[in-house]
Ligand binder design. Structure first.
Ligand SMILES: Nc1ncnc2c1ncn2[C@@H]1O[C@H](COP(=O)(O)OP(=O)(O)OP(=O)(O)O)[C@@H](O)[C@H]1O
Ligand SMILES: [Mg+2]
Length: 246
């Protein structure tokens, strides 16, 4: 089933994605930071397609640019050059407002450092992505209770992030990314702080979501986690390994 048929009444251009097999298309994408009089390059000439329904793992050494690339895909970062099409929408030409709307509507993001909202409880953090959608409060409550149950964190629902262990924060961060049934999940080392059995559960969850049609892009250092995916993209010093560098 194609996800593109899910939007019966488009309210703005970003609600309506072009029907295409390719969900993400990058052309000559580059990012650099000013370093004195010169520049320090973090991503070089990234040209890449990710098809709808793929489960991709981004791998590579520390500092290779994996998180940077994922943040660009997640539309948190707009300081780059090149072209990025998401569902046919030219992200590189969108206003900040449309970009944020596109992100909120279609993307679930798991940050490497969790980024839970400190002033909100676990329950409230999980409700945030639902609040962006047109979902009634009673249904939202039931979805939050459901996911708390599924992740075995019901007992933590009224605690604030700083009252949780690192692994528990990571579980909440994954739960928050999947709760609104996004079109694509972008996950930055989503099991880095979990016990191996919990890590496997998260990977099994991703596998199930992927079988249900959700596109998944994960950054991982783990060969075992990469096994869950269908393709590995390797980055080194900002370059896609195997792509021409000349
Ligand atoms: N504000 C900045 N100014 C200059 N360089 C930066 C800045 N932010 C990040 N970088 C550089 O960008 C490069 C890529 O960082 P990134 O976080 O994407 O790496 P990564 O592949 O995710 O590594 P890890 O596996 O350790 O998470 C690093 O060399 C880092 O020093
Ligand atoms: Mg990283």
């Amino acid at each position: 089933m194609s996800f593109f048929s899910r939007s019966p009444q488009p309210a703005s251009p970003i609600d309506d994605l072009a029907p295409s097999d390719v969900l993400i298309s990058l052309h000559q994408l580059e990012k650099s930071y000013a370093l004195g009089a010169s520049r320090s390059w973090v991503l070089r000439r990234i040209t890449l397609d990710i098809k709808e329904g793929e489960f991709v793992s981004i791998m590579g050494p520390s500092g290779a640019g994996k998180s940077t690339l994922l943040h660009i895909l997640g539309m948190h970062d707009s300081a780059w050059t090149g072209e990025y099409y998401f569902g046919g929408q030219p992200v590189h030409r969108l206003s900040a407002k449309d970009r944020a709307a596109l992100h909120k509507k279609w993307i679930g993001f798991v940050f490497q450092s969790y980024h839970l909202l400190d002033h909100l409880t676990v329950y409230e953090n999980l409700d945030v992505p639902l609040s962006y959608r047109d979902i009634k409060k009673a249904e939202r409550d039931s979805m939050v209770c459901d996911i708390l149950d599924r992740f075995a964190i019901v007992g933590k629902k009224d605690l604030y992030p700083n009252q949780l262990s690192g692994g528990q924060q990571q579980l909440v961060a994954v739960a928050r990314a999947v709760i609104a049934n996004p079109k694509i999940i972008l996950a930055d080392e989503p099991t880095g702080n979990l016990h191996s059995s919990q890590g496997r559960e998260i990977m099994e969850l991703f596998r199930k979501l992927n079988e249900g049609g959700t596109t998944i892009v994960q950054v991982t250092h783990s060969e075992a986690n990469a096994e869950y995916g269908s393709r590995v993209i390797e980055l080194k010093d900002g370059w896609l390994v195997g792509a021409p560098t000349a």
